[in-house]
Design a protein around this ligand. Structure first.
Ligand SMILES: [Zn+2]
Length: 383
């Protein structure tokens, strides 16, 4: 008879938390059942004192920036960070490729099974087509002057064609409110992608610029030689500027470090399906500050987790992101955080039929997580 594996533990199974349940796997590791405590009518199970979690979803990464690991100083603030990325960005393609491979291996080792990945080029397509991890590629559009909008769309659609020829899942998305013109926002919305993503309120400078057209961002436009004459703040609101021009159904907002209650309300009223992606280690790296995560949770926000890139992080490790949240906000429950890192991320990317829970009949990755006081101990070795 086939040898089943039965493990009793706290099972983070999508939106359900099964305490003292048993996960039943067949010889190939395919999920046979998740049995709740009161239905267990067998005794031949092993006990694991921790959590069983399906593979993590990294909702925000930039694989093609992996070669920038350890190249950029911490706590510089966003303006100097962007300038430094620009300085190191163009490197020999071979170096870029081997850094991406290392980064992908690191993600696999750290239990990541699916990634929402931002791309500005096709550099990562060769690796992605190997399907070692599930990738949803967000092809990122930038263009702050409206007369460029048409050309930007044409260019990004070419990149999208290239991706679909390789059978990659790819959609187009705006970069950030301060780098996308009203026209470009409108043209991107007209593409009717099933999900969009946007870098959002990562710095105070972003708010100052969009509200009042002042602050350090003026230096950025100057450096990149971008004419900002046409930009007029919209009702002195960093949010209304993009929201009024971006009529879409589903959006993953990334960072949200300087999110206000007002901005949260405006966005939630206008867009049906919003996911709030937190990248705490990148926020600590660049700004040395975190979003008000307890307040987001109290509002009932759907939260998911990203690592951002190795340009602004020392590792691509979702558990380490959760650790940073837990360290700063110990009151947030571990079980909830593990759901943010699995089912919420899967739903954000629209892949909850494959990932984010233990799907019966499917071979989902099983992560075994011990909780010490730091939520740090993590063992993948035995399953
Ligand atoms: Zn990013």
């Amino acid at each position: 008879m086939e040898q089943m594996r039965k493990i009793k533990s706290t099972i983070i199974n999508g939106h359900e938390i099964v305490r003292n349940g048993v996960l039943v796997l067949d010889e190939q590791g395919i999920t046979v059942d998740v049995v709740p405590e009161n239905k267990i009518d067998f005794t031949d199970y092993e006990v694991f004192d921790g959590y069983l979690v399906p593979g993590f979803v990294n909702t925000h990464c930039h694989l093609e920036l992996s070669h920038l690991k350890n190249k950029i100083d911490t706590h510089t603030g966003i303006v100097d960070f962007v300038l430094a990325v620009q300085q190191f960005r163009n490197t020999d393609l071979e170096e870029v490729e081997s850094a991406m491979r290392l980064a992908e291996n690191e993600m696999i080792e750290n239990g990541i099974v699916a990634v929402g990945d931002i791309s500005n080029t096709s550099n990562s397509f060769n690796i992605k087509k190997e399907n070692n991890i599930y990738y949803h590629t967000f092809l990122e559009a930038l263009g702050f002057t409206s007369n460029r909008a048409e050309a930007v769309i044409t260019q990004i659609l070419q990149l999208k064609n290239q991706a679909s020829e390789l059978n990659l899942i790819a959609s187009i998305s705006p970069h950030a409110p301060y780098s996308v013109s009203r026209d470009l926002f409108q043209k991107l919305a007209a593409q009717q992608e099933s999900v969009y993503t946007l870098h959002h309120l990562e710095s105070l400078e972003e708010i100052m610029f969009l509200n009042e057209k002042v602050g350090d961002f003026l230096n950025l436009y100057n450096f990149f030689n971008i004419n900002i004459d046409e930009f007029i703040p919209e009702e002195k609101s960093a949010t209304k500027y993009w929201l009024n021009n971006f009529n879409i159904e589903k959006l993953i907002l990334v960072h949200n470090t300087f999110l206000s209650d007002d901005a949260y309300e405006l966005i939630s009223e206008k867009i049906k399906n919003v996911y709030w992606c937190l990248c705490p280690n990148a926020n600590l790296f660049i700004e040395n500050r975190l979003p008000n995560i307890p307040s987001l949770i109290n509002k009932g926000a759907k939260i998911c987790i990203g690592t951002d890139s190795l340009a602004s992080n020392h590792q691509l490790n979702i558990l380490d992101e959760l650790h940073s949240i837990k360290k700063n906000f110990p009151e947030i429950s571990t079980e909830y955080l593990l759901q943010c890192a699995s089912i919420n991320g899967a739903e954000a990317l629209g892949i909850e039929q494959e990932f984010g829970k233990f799907h019966i009949g499917k071979k989902n990755r099983v992560l075994r997580i011990f909780e010490d006081s730091n939520l740090r101990k993590f063992d993948l070795s035995k399953i």
